[in-house]
Structure formats: structure tokens, C-alpha cells
Design a binder for this molecule. Structure first.
Ligand code: NAI
Length: 326
């Protein structure tokens, strides 16, 4: 058996974590031969609820669960962490403007970035799920100057998975037939789900769907899927978000499927003309615990416009919290 790795999860008593933690502990994220120590962070008022979650984790008697740490102190929860899933965030309250939301979260993610910088493993792989995920990841990254910026990522895998299912349904196929899906940009309603690169059973997806469906049905459906779920369920996506977090981390740690790619919000190096340093979702392949942006894709004018619009939104979010960035 391998030595245990430390997996920190914030917002550990919340909805997403209630689906996420049990799957991490069962080996679905890092493999059935990889023991894990869960290091759970919550705010002080939620520690009692967290205790209940930890009791349930114990009651599952997971063979791979080598320990549970519970804390309201980030420097305890992130100590020597090999993986950090930053799920907890401040939700938008009544009357709260987008700017207030950005600021409230900036405070949380700057503190957590500093704590990661001070105590986490030097190779810690960070996934930010809490919204606004890309900008929260940027804030954490900027507060962690001792860590490689490549180790900070934001989750757009849920959008990617939503897009796979929408395309599979439309083309009477299954998600197994769909490859080369791409989400560009921000995890928000400006994201650009790109079908020009996608394939169904090895053939160009755009040959199998109408342009009108693509522009007026597929793109808005993927962009607005989160809101549609809140409307139907009366609560935001939790199990599917947890599933996407597992997919993101598993592929990053263990590698993407040969001949395909996934979407990850990552530190832009300027590829495809996107401003360097933004946390922007790109098509990525992963190998040996590292990611790489897929290069050389042909970008038409339609795609270029959509990629620029979501880039613009990310630049505005960054500028709105600029006074809080080191
Ligand atoms: P939730 O409200 O059920 O749970 C959030 C938990 O985080 C709460 O238990 C809260 O006490 C905790 N928390 C708040 N501030 C914290 C802090 N500073 N440190 C540690 N814990 C803290 O929310 P849920 O449904 O679990 O969602 C969590 C986040 O994920 C939200 O921001 C949501 O918008 C986001 N989300 C992101 C998705 C994505 O695709 N990137 C998809 C779905 C949700």
C-alpha cells in the first residue's frame, strides 16, 4: 500500500462536500490503491455540523481513509496538504452586488492563499470550486508567491461535462462517443462551450448539428445550466459539482485519456492571445501530475469573439479586486 496523501477540503460541511468527501475517501479521486488523510476546514459555526460529517465518514469504514482532521484554522487544515479543494465560499446574500460578492470572497481566498503558501506541500494541487471560481483562484494564487502558479486551478469541468451530455443527447450518441469538448474562459454565463473542436464518434460535431441549434440552444443551455438546476431543484448543483471536482483532480493527478482532452481553468501563459496571468479555462491534457494547454487549434471569428468576451469579464473581475491583490 502507498503512503497516505493529505487532501484538504474547505466548506466541508456544505452541500457539495457531502457528495465529495465520501467519494474521495472511497478512492474515486486518486485511485483504489491510494490512502488519504482528509483535512477538513469549516467556519467556526459549522464545526458541529462538520463533526456529524466526520462521524459518517468513520461509519463508512473506508479502507483507504487513513485519518480525518477537522478545523476552523486554515493553517491546520492545509498543513502539508498534497491536494486542496477549495469549495467553501461566501454565497451571494440578499441585496448583495456582484462587487460585494467579489470582495467578500477576496478576503476568504487571500487568507487561504497565504495559508497554502505557508504550510501546504510545495507541490500542492489546488482546485477552486467556490464561486466566482476563476477569480477566487487568481486571488489565492497571487497570495501564494512561494508556490508555482500552475498549481492553482479553477473548476470548469462541470460545464465541460454538461456540454458532453447536451451534445450526446442531440446526436443520439452517448458521452463515450463525444471527445475534444472545450470550455473557454470563465465559469460563468460568459463561458464559451466550443463545438468547433468537438467530435462525435470521431467526426466533426458541427457536421452533425445545425448552426442555429449550436448558437441558440446548446451554448445558452450550457451557460445557464446552473440557474436551470436551481430553478428545478430549489438548490444549486451539488452532486454533479462534486463529481466534476473528482474528475478534475483525478485527471490532473493520474492523466487524461489518450487522444482526448479536458477543460480546466488554469493560469494563462498568453496562449490563444488571452491575457497572461488570468485564470482562464482552456483545453488541457494531463500527464505525470502536470497539465499542458492544447496548442495549435484553429480559432474562427465566431469563437474568437466569444473567447474575448469571457476574457473581458475575467479582466473586469480581476480589476474589481485589484486593490486586494498583492
Ligand atoms: P454550501 O453553502 O452548501 O456550503 C458551503 C460551505 O462553505 C458552508 O458549510 C460554509 O460554512 C463553508 N464556508 C464558508 N466560508 C468558508 C471559509 N472561509 N472557510 C471554510 N469554509 C467556509 O454551498 P455548496 O453548494 O457546497 O457550494 C459551494 C460553492 O461552490 C459555492 O460558492 C457555489 O457557488 C460553488 N459552485 C461551483 C461550481 C463550479 O462549477 N465551479 C458548481 C456548483 C457550485
Amino acid at each position: 500500500m502507498k503512503a497516505p496523501v493529505r487532501v484538504a477540503v474547505t466548506g466541508a460541511a456544505g452541500q457539495i462536500s457531502y457528495s465529495l468527501l465520501f467519494r474521495i475517501a472511497s478512492g474515486e479521486m486518486l485511485g483504489k490503491d491510494q490512502p488519504v488523510i482528509l483535512q477538513l476546514l469549516e467556519i467556526t459555526p459549522a464545526l458541529e455540523a462538520l463533526k456529524g460529517v466526520a462521524m459518517e465518514l468513520e461509519d463508512c469504514a473506508f479502507p483507504l481513509l487513513a485519518g480525518i482532521v477537522q478545523s476552523d484554522d486554515a493553517t491546520v487544515a492545509f498543513k502539508d496538504a498534497d491536494y486542496a479543494l477549495l469549495v467553501g465560499a461566501r454565497p451571494r446574500g440578499p441585496g448583495m452586488e456582484r462587487k460585494d460578492l467579489l470582495e467578500a470572497n477576496a478576503a476568504i481566498f487571500s487568507a487561504q492563499g497565504k495559508a497554502l503558501n505557508d504550510v501546504a506541500s510545495r507541490d500542492v494541487k489546488v482546485l477552486v470550486v467556490g464561486n466566482p471560481a476563476n477569480t477566487n483562484a487568481l486571488i489565492a494564487q497571487r497570495n501564494a508567491p512561494a508556490l508555482d502558479p500552475r498549481n492553482f486551478t479553477a473548476m470548469t469541468r462541470l460545464d465541460h461535462n454538461r456540454a458532453l451530455s447536451q451534445l450526446a443527447n442531440k446526436t443520439d450518441s452517448t458521452v463515450n462517443d463525444v471527445t475534444h469538448m472545450t470550455i473557454w474562459g470563465n465559469h460563468s454565463s460568459t463561458q464559451y462551450p466550443d463545438l468547433y473542436q468537438a467530435k462525435v464518434s470521431g467526426e466533426a460535431a458541427m457536421e452533425k448539428v445545425e448552426q442555429d441549434w449550436y448558437e441558440n440552444d446548446f451554448i445558452p443551455t450550457v451557460q445557464q445550466r446552473g440557474a436551470a438546476i436551481i430553478k428545478a431543484r430549489g438548490a444549486s448543483s451539488a452532486a454533479s459539482a462534486a463529481n466534476a471536482a473528482i474528475d478534475h483532480m483525478r485527471d490532473w493527478a493520474l492523466g487524461t485519456a489518450e487522444g482526448d482532452w479536458v477543460s480546466m481553468g488554469i493560469y494563462s501563459d498568453g496562449s490563444y492571445g488571452i491575457q497572461e496571468g488570468l485564470i482562464y479555462s482552456y483545453p488541457c491534457t494531463c500527464k505525470n501530475g502536470d497539465w499542458e494547454i492544447v496548442q495549435g487549434l484553429e480559432i474562427n471569428d465566431f469563437s474568437r469573439g466569444k473567447m474575448a468576451a469571457t476574457e473581458q469579464e475575467l479582466a473586469e473581475e480581476r480589476d474589481a479586486v485589484a486593490h486586494l491583490l498583492p
